[in-house]
Ligand binder design. Structure first.
Ligand code: ATP
Ligand code: MG
Length: 380
C-alpha cells in the first residue's frame, strides 16, 4: 500500500466555520476521483490517503500539494533512518541535497532547524553527498505532524481552490470554445458543482460528443466530479427563425442567446441548479456588449454569472494552454454561428428582440427542444 500526504489549500484553512464541511467534501472527492484510494484520514491539518497504486492528485480542487511519503511514528531514530534510506535511494555521484524540515507538532523536542541540521549531517555521513540549500538536486522533506512523521522526496503542486461541491450547483453554457472551457474550470476551482449545457446543430448528440465538445468535457470531468453534459439540439429553434424577415438579422444573435438561457434555466431548475454561467467576456464580440448581455439576462428570471467578464483574451488563452485545453478548444467545429452572425447589432434594445420573438412560437420550440435533450456523464 502506498501512502500519500495531501495538504489542502489555504483557502480551506481560512474558512473557519465551514472548514469541517470543506474537508469532508475534499475527502469524498479524493475517493470519487481516485477510486483505488482505500482510505483518506484527516490528521490535524493534512490528509493521508492509502492506495495500492500510483496516484496523481493534481486534479482534485482544494489540494495545495501532495507527495508520496513514508509514514513513521514520532520516533527520532526511525525518522533519521528513513531520511537516510531515502537519500541513499536517490543519491548519484556529485549530487547536492537539502533537507526541508517542518514541525507542525510543537511538542516535538527538535525544532525545524535542528531537524534539518541533524538529518542533513546523517545523510552526509551515510552518502557523502554535499549540501546545497538554495539549488539542490535532491530535497528530502521531513514533516512532523502531531501523531506521525512523514519523509518524502518529491512534492507535487495541486490545483488549489475549494473542493467541488462546496459552492453550490451551477449550469455552464458550454460551446467547446476556450472561454467556456476555462470558465467551467475556474468555477469548479471555486468549489462549484458544474453541469454543462451545449447547443449543437446535429440531429443527435453523437457528432458533438465525438468531437472537441465531448473530448474537452471528458478533460474537464477529471476535475469536476459528477459533471454532466446536456446536449441540446438547435434544430427546433432554427426551423422557426428560418422564415424571419431580413430586417431582424441584427437581433438574431441576441435572440438565440435568449433562447439558450431559457432552455438552460429550465434544465437547471429541473436538475437542482442554482445559477447559470457563461464564458462571456466584455466587449470581445458583438453579443458581449453590456446592452446585449442585459437583453439576454432579461429573458429569464434566473441568475446568470459571467466569471470571465473582465479577463483579457490572452489571459484566458494562456490559462487554457497551461491546463492543456487550448489545442483542442481552437479546433474548428460546426457551431451554427455563421448563420447567426451576419451583421449583429452591438446595442440590441429589448423591444427590438421582443418584436423578433413575437414571430416565433417560443413555448413550442422550448418544449420540443427540452424533449430532445441527451444527458452524458463524460466520466462514468
Ligand atoms: P467561447 O470561446 O466560449 O466559445 P467566444 O469568445 O467564442 O466564447 P461566443 O461564441 O459568442 O464567444 O460565446 C459566448 C458564450 O456563450 C460562450 O462562452 C458560452 O458560454 C455561450 N455559448 C456560445 N455558443 C454556445 C453553444 N453552442 N452552446 C452553449 N453555450 C454557448
Ligand atoms: Mg465560441
Amino acid at each position: 500500500m502506498r501512502t500519500y500526504l495531501i495538504h489542502y489549500s489555504s483557502d480551506i484553512g481560512l474558512k473557519a466555520q465551514n472548514r469541517r464541511d470543506f474537508i469532508r467534501q475534499l475527502r469524498r472527492n479524493i475517493r470519487r476521483q481516485h477510486p483505488a484510494v482505500q482510505s483518506v484520514e484527516h490528521l490535524m491539518g493534512r490528509l493521508v490517503a492509502l492506495s495500492p497504486q500510483e496516484e496523481d492528485f493534481s486534479d482534485v480542487f482544494g489540494v495545495a500539494w501532495w507527495a508520496e511519503a513514508r509514514r513513521l511514528p514520532l520516533d527520532w531514530d526511525a525518522i533519521v533512518a528513513e531520511a537516510v534510506a531515502l537519500a541513499r535511494r536517490h543519491a548519484r555521484p556529485g549530487m547536492k541535497f537539502a533537507v526541508r524540515a517542518r514541525r507542525a507538532e510543537k511538542r516535538f523536542p527538535l525544532n525545524s532547524q535542528e531537524i534539518g541540521r541533524e538529518v542533513g549531517a546523517a545523510i552526509v555521513e551515510a552518502t557523502g553527498m554535499g549540501v546545497d540549500l538554495t539549488n539542490p538536486d535532491l530535497e528530502v522533506f521531513v514533516e512532523i505532524a502531531p501523531e506521525a512523521a512523514f519523509v518524502f522526496a518529491e512534492r507535487h503542486a495541486g490545483p488549489q481552490g475549494l473542493p467541488v461541491g462546496t459552492s453550490g450547483h451551477w449550469f455552464g453554457l458550454y460551446s467547446g470554445g476556450i472561454d467556456s472551457v476555462v470558465a467551467a474550470y475556474l468555477m469548479g476551482r471555486r468549489g462549484a458543482r458544474v453541469d454543462l449545457v451545449h447547443f449543437h446543430v446535429f440531429a443527435n448528440a453523437e457528432p458533438a460528443r465525438s468531437q472537441k465538445v465531448g473530448r474537452l468535457a471528458a478533460m474537464l470531468g477529471k476535475y469536476l466530479p459528477g459533471l454532466r453534459v446536456f446536449y441540446v439540439p438547435m434544430r427546433f429553434y432554427r426551423e422557426q427563425i428560418s422564415a424571419l424577415p431580413r430586417r431582424y438579422r441584427p437581433y438574431r444573435v441576441v435572440a438565440f442567446r435568449r433562447f439558450m438561457v431559457r432552455v438552460a434555466a429550465a434544465l437547471a431548475r429541473e436538475h437542482s441548479g442554482q445559477a447559470l454561467f457563461t464564458g462571456d467576456n466584455l466587449g470581445q464580440v458583438a453579443s458581449q456588449t453590456i446592452e446585449n448581455m442585459l437583453a439576454v439576462n432579461a429573458a429569464v428570471d434566473f441568475p446568470i454569472f459571467r466569471p470571465l467578464l473582465a479577463f483579457q483574451k490572452q489571459e484566458i488563452i494562456d490559462l487554457g494552454e497551461r491546463l492543456g485545453f487550448y489545442e483542442l478548444a481552437k479546433q474548428p467545429y460546426e457551431d451554427g454561428c455563421t448563420m447567426m452572425a451576419q451583421r449583429p447589432s452591438t446595442k440590441v434594445r429589448i423591444p427590438q428582440v421582443e418584436e423578433l420573438e413575437s414571430h416565433l412560437d417560443l413555448t413550442a420550440a422550448i418544449e420540443q427542444t427540452l424533449a430532445a435533450v441527451e444527458i452524458d456523464h463524460p466520466i462514468p
